[in-house]
Design a protein around this ligand. Structure first.
Ligand code: ATP
Ligand code: MG
Length: 414
């Protein structure tokens, strides 16, 4: 059984929507990585009753509770006193923390105030976690097989304290097992088709490896997670399973772990010494944005024409007036002329074009919202594709851009 954890962030600022609670995201990630089951995350106000209630819930119902926030020197920071009251502790001086507080004040040439000396006081039953990155120490309590850690709210202080001092103690106390995971990135196939294709492989996965499907517009990630104690054997096992998976869906796999579709396409273009441009109607430059989000994309990406109006399609891309009138801007014929046109206009080896009805308005019975044509061209040949997407504008833009990129990837990988 996994040990269960509660993550509790404290702060009116979070509840008022003034800051985003990024601490709990990081904590959940770290705890999951260590094999904990994070069963609940809560955010509470800087008020004694709320903090006491959370402490009670945490110590009664969870193996590990981690709290952040409210350890500063100001009046609104009441976590420390409340935690001390909860455990029936007095506040005692922690010499290492006092030295640290003095160091900080010396460094900035500021006089040491009573409130700052107070920062070096900790509840008598805790193990203080020295804060080398600020003035408020963290506090770690162990009681009847349970653990509570209270940390400052400032993200880099809380992360450093845990990495340096907290996590090693957590691992020792709970004798945690570790996890190892890798992500296989696929594009060009929907979640349920993918599931069908890899079913024989999935059914034969060993007990200690779990699989998660993580879909996002235009792609599905497969995350394989192994659990155990030895990192290198977990890594080998996960890699073996990925090797077994590959034959089932090879053409859909574009990369692993931190890579993304634009990087994969960029690497293919760079390797072959090819260049790219885009002619974007309904994606409005989003495709160019995805491509240029990759550092070094200037090696292969020359530019884009956001040909939103028909006039620009005619004047800049050489789309013919007759074609536009006969088939309309959202058509196979026009998108193909756009793809050819951008290759000519910008002198690139490849061009991608998009034209469609992103919505929410503008749909007709023949061409409802979500009707989008994409085309890829190498300047002579053109390959186009009709997409029937969603009713949501933002999603349609993302889908169309990813699918278009993937079409180019498939062309280049052949
Ligand atoms: P300080 O000594 O700075 O007062 P503290 O422990 O009292 O530290 P808070 O006052 O709760 O911590 O928060 C300090 C700052 O840290 C906040 O203004 C905010 O910028 C950031 N912070 C606090 N909690 C979070 C959180 N959950 N996620 C992201 N940032 C946070
Ligand atoms: Mg504070």
């Amino acid at each position: 059984m996994n040990k269960e954890a509660l993550v509790c962030t404290i702060g009116d600022e979070i509840l008022l929507g003034q800051i985003l609670d990024t601490n709990s995201k990081w904590l959940s990630e770290q705890l999951t990585q260590m094999g904990f089951h994070v069963k609940e995350k809560i955010t509470i106000s800087d008020e004694k009753p709320a903090i006491l209630e959370a402490l009670k819930r945490g110590m009664e119902n969870f193996d590990l509770t981690i709290m952040t926030g409210g350890l500063g020197p100001t009046k609104d920071d009441i976590t420390k006193n409340t935690v001390a009251e909860f455990f029936g502790d007095d506040l005692v001086e922690d010499k290492d923390s006092l030295d640290q507080v003095k160091r900080v004040f010396e460094k900035y040439g500021r006089p040491l105030l009573e409130v700052n000396v107070h920062q070096a006081l900790v509840p008598s039953s805790c193990t203080p976690l020295l804060n080398n990155w600020g003035t408020a120490p963290g506090m770690l309590f162990k009681k009847e097989g349970k653990m509570l850690i209270s940390l400052p709210g400032v993200p880099y202080e809380m992360k450093n304290i845990l990495n340096e001092r907290g996590w090693p103690m957590v691992k020792e106390y709970f004798e945690t097992s570790e996890i190892f995971f890798r992500t296989v990135k696929t594009a060009g196939i929907g979640e349920s088709f993918l599931m069908e294709k890899i079913k024989p492989w999935e059914d034969s996965l060993p007990q200690d490896i779990s699989l998660a499907y993580l879909p996002s517009p235009g792609e599905v990630k497969l995350r394989l997670t192994a659990k155990g104690k030895d990192q290198s054997s977990m890594e080998n096992e996960v890699n073996d399973q990925i090797n077994r998976l590959r034959p089932f869906v090879n053409e859909y796999i574009y990369g692993y772990d931190d890579t993304n579709l634009s990087r994969t396409v960029g690497e293919l273009l760079r390797k072959k010494g090819l260049t790219l441009s885009t002619a974007e109607s309904c994606t409005g430059g989003y495709l160019a944005h995805l491509i240029t989000s990759e550092p070094g994309s200037s090696d292969y990406f020359l530019g884009s024409i956001v040909s939103y109006s028909n006039q620009i399609k005619l004047d800049q891309l050489g789309v013919s007036n007759e074609t536009l009138e006969e088939f309309g801007a959202v058509s196979e014929q026009v998108v193909e002329q756009m793809a050819l046109g951008i290759c000519n206009a910008l002198g690139t080896s490849f061009g991608i074009a998009t034209s469609g009805i992103a919505g929410p308005t503008g749909g007709t019975p023949e061409k409802p919202v979500g009707t989008i044509w994409i085309a890829v061209s190498d300047g002579s040949e053109v390959r186009s594709k009709l997409l029937n997407l969603t009713k949501e504008r933002g999603l349609n833009i993302q889908y169309a851009s990813k699918i278009a990129l993937n079409q180019l990837r498939l062309w280049l990988s052949k």
